[in-house]
Design a protein around this ligand. Structure first.
Ligand code: PGA
Length: 250
């Protein structure tokens, strides 16, 4: 069974509602014949607009984070149920910017992933090493820890509902892409860990692993040609309809 490619845009803190209308309207016809799963992950304030505009199209909508509690005294947070009610299907969890600037840990990533799954959302779980960790030969150690932490207590029946995004921190927003070989061999480490945690068949058939970090229309083809890479999580290049569509239609 081949793993279906999945290309997701991560808009980060970009686009007002008016900008969302323009971008999504332009994007719809450009990606309508895609053979991949196409997802756009937007700020909370744009979600309702994005869901409304993409109804009946092949574009799915995701959020960029979710809280683990069902509800309660968590000022500023958004629950999985709130996202589901809006018609959101995916949610990015544990992005390196959240880990770096907002105190996200492997344990909170795990809690968020479980809450998302329980509500019927599909988590896109981000993992990746810093430059210091790569230069210190700690890539396997770091990824093994992040993956084991994120998947703690998650049932193997859920694996087809989860996407992993391998995003080397040194490649995000820097214009510095991992070479296809580095991305592929590092994703193989993640898949191996999933094999250890679950089973060889699970890792091979059920787990989709994206590459993220300066993926763009120019480098997408060679990255997607690698056997381990099942898609991309696209930041900068997802903010322009033509660029994102060229990535989707690689
Ligand atoms: P980038 O961002 O494509 O701008 O490097 C990727 C990401 O952070 O998901």
């Amino acid at each position: 069974m081949a793993r279906k490619p999945i290309i997701a845009g991560n808009w980060k803190m970009n686009n007002t509602i008016a900008e969302t209308k323009a971008l999504v309207t332009d994007l719809i016809p450009l990606v309508k014949d895609s053979a991949c799963d196409v997802v756009i992950c937007t700020p909370y304030t744009d979600l309702a607009t994005a869901v409304e505009l993409t109804k009946g199209t092949n574009i799915k909508v995701g959020a960029e984070n979710v809280h683990w509690a069902e509800k309660g005294a968590f000022t500023g947070e958004i629950s999985a149920k709130m996202l589901v009610e809006l018609g959101v299907e995916y949610v990015i969890i544990g992005h390196s910017e959240r880990r770096q600037y907002f105190g996200e840990t492997d344990a909170t990533v795990n809690q968020r992933a479980k809450a998302a799954l329980a509500a019927g959302l599909k988590p896109i779980i981000c993992v990746g090493e810093t430059l210091e960790e790569r230069e210190g030969n700690k890539v396997k150690e770091v990824l093994d820890r992040q993956v084991a932490g994120a998947f703690e207590g998650i049932d193997k029946e859920e694996l087809t509902n989860i996407v992993i995004a391998y995003e080397p921190v040194w490649a995000i927003g820097t214009g510095k892409t991992a070479t296809p070989e580095i991305a592929d061999e590092t994703i193989a480490i993640i898949r191996k860990k999933m094999e250890e945690l679950y089973c060889p068949k699970c890792a091979e058939e059920k787990v989709r692993i994206q590459y993220g970090g300066s993926m763009n229309p120019k480098n997408v083809k060679e990255l997607m040609a690698m056997p381990q890479i099942d898609g991309g999580l696209i930041g900068g290049a997802s903010l322009k309809a033509v660029d994102f569509s060229q990535v989707v239609n690689y």
